[in-house]
Design a protein around this ligand. Sequence first.
Ligand SMILES: *Cc1c(COP(=O)(O)O)cnc(C)c1O
Length: 393
Amino acid sequence: MKFGTRLLHNGNEIDPITGAASIPLYQASTFHQADIDSPGEFDYARSGNPTRRALEQTIAELEGGAGGSAFSSGMAAISSVFFLFSSGDHLVVSNDLYGGTFRVLTQVLPRMGIESSFVDTTDLAQVEAAIRPNTKALYIETPSNPTLKVTDLRGAAAIARDHGLLTIVDNTFMTPCYQRPLELGADIVVHSATKFIGGHSDVVSGLVVAREKETAERISGLQNALGSILGVQDSWLTMRGLKTLKARMDASTASAAKIAKGLKQIPGVERVFYTGLPEHPGHALQSSQASAHGAVLSFDLGSGKKVREVLSQVRIPIVAVSLGSVESILSYPARMSHAAMPKEEREARGVADGLLRLSVGLEDAEDILHDLEQSIEGRRLYSVGVEWRASII
Ligand SMILES: *Cc1c(COP(=O)(O)O)cnc(C)c1O
């Protein structure tokens, strides 16, 4: 069966007790043990809950792994995976990295004796050169945020395998709808399901899937030990979001392609970063390892002053951190995701003062483009009916 069908028919969509077509909210922390010598599958909800289990089995099936675990956020998922490592271990990590992951790797793990080297993983020679005798894993984000640099997942996983390292991939931007790292040789996939998987800006959630049963069991053991579980309501919301993942991703991706092309024509837009544009340096590689280019793009307006003008003018995208929702979201990396990074380091990564990131939602692509065009050109020809928003904040 194809992905769109498996999203809805994967064996975890119907409540096995009642036949309900939506897995119920099993709002229970503990479970009666009819026989204390052989308790049932569930005993205490930190260790397992039927609603959360349905989500965990679904994501494992969609990523093609042996087991999944659901966490209270993307960062809880990622941090729990890092607990696989011990004092004295070393990790090789993409230098274009989600800020929260960078913070854990640089401020928390070193206190526990776990060190990381940050390299440009789009250059596999740099990956190989950074490996030390105590290196235990390679951690990759591709396409990266916000300039969408693409790392060769097959090549990176092959290097990791040769050196006995785990390959961990943050698949938040692509989701299993477009990219399945485990099929390309990775060992562990992590997600902020707050983004495309949840898809409606209404839940904070994280997911992990491992290719091998033993790794999946170690991760669910850590989830239970650390207690970083996803709650029942949020498991339900994440599953509900997942059902429409393909429909949302396909619609938003088609719009992103139109908007990326359209932005290039607008005077004042100095550069557009989108892997779907043939001139993007990662275009061919992305096409070889993912089935589409996704719904996130970024563009450079040349200065922080211009960015402020545009952000005060736009009416369709909300101006916010986060991405991957039904509504378009415009973010300013220099002040949001990369605010903690020194200016030189930030600019060296292509995150200039004029760069904006757009996560394309489900609004009409022409409306989004018109809104951006009018905001960039500083003229507003027609109202899009959401003028009230300017006065809320
Ligand atoms: C948002 C995000 C995270 C962190 O997830 P939370 O759900 O916010 O904890 C990790 N990686 C990427 C790529 C993200 O976009």
